[in-house]
Design a protein around this ligand. Structure first.
Ligand SMILES: *[C@@H]1O[C@H](CO)[C@@H](O)[C@H](O)[C@H]1NC(C)=O
Length: 221
């Protein structure tokens, strides 16, 4: 009887503990060992004796990304791929460049909340809540303004101005992930069945064929 109560108490404790971000590190650092063939949740640590200052270093965020593409935007993401020392630390950084009328199209970061500030120009930014009410929160933000995009919600940034815009964003994961809505839905390989998409989007199949024939570029680097 006592052991059953203990078990129930234990289960209650375990099930009420929600992990809302990357797991906390259990040591000072765990610099990713990119040569390891072991697959774990995250990346394997390299020997701390071999860790150098350069494992925590990246250079080049002063250089604008090339925005001469279909979207007129370019995201330079500094995640654990670029700085091995970010592994397990639950944080990353991005520079986003926008040509006039450039768009960072509706996308999701499955593993991170994003906080963004405008360095140059102004942006129309927004996110949409989940299906409870699909509410849009959107705003024009200018140089020095800061806006937050909650984890897992569809969001976008649009430069509707006639000058370039630049933003810096911090994300609460060393590997935030990006799902660009149009690319995932209309540009999947192999394509999602047109019957599925025609019904889902309530349009005819020709419209789906047309959408699937477009080039859905990725503006993330
Ligand atoms: C973004 O900019 C970088 C640096 O100029 C460039 O190498 C890359 O091809 C650009 N990506 C896109 C999608 O335009």
């Amino acid at each position: 009887m006592a052991s059953r109560i203990l078990l129930l108490a234990f289960l209650a404790l375990v099930s009420s503990h929600a992990i809302a971000s990357d797991p906390s590190p259990l040591q000072d650092f765990c610099v990713a060992d990119k040569t390891s063939h072991v697959f774990v949740n995250g990346l394997v640590c390299k020997n701390p004796n071999d860790v150098r200052a350069d494992d925590f270093f990246f250079s080049g965020l002063d250089r604008p990304g090339d925005t001469a593409n279909k979207l007129g935007s370019n995201v330079t993401l500094v995640n654990v791929e670029k700085i091995a020392g970010l592994n397990t630390l639950g944080i990353s950084l991005a520079r986003i460049d926008f040509a006039p009328y450039g768009l960072n199209p509706p996308h999701i970061h499955p593993r991170a909340t994003e906080i963004l500030t405008v360095l140059e120009g102004s942006l129309y930014v927004g996110f949409v809540t989940s299906n409870t009410d699909n509410r849009l929160f959107a705003k024009v933000i200018n140089k020095g303004d800061v806006f937050v995009f909650p984890q897992g919600l569809i969001h976008f940034q649009f430069n509707y101005g006639t000058k370039n815009a630049v933003a810096i964003a911090a994300l609460s994961s060393q590997n935030p992930g990006v799902i660009t809505v149009a690319n995932a839905v209309f540009g999947s390989k192999p394509p999602i069945s047109r019957d599925v998409l025609a019904k889902a989007f309530q349009v005819d199949k020709k419209t789906i064929d047309w959408l699937q024939a477009q080039f859905w570029m990725d503006n993330n680097n």
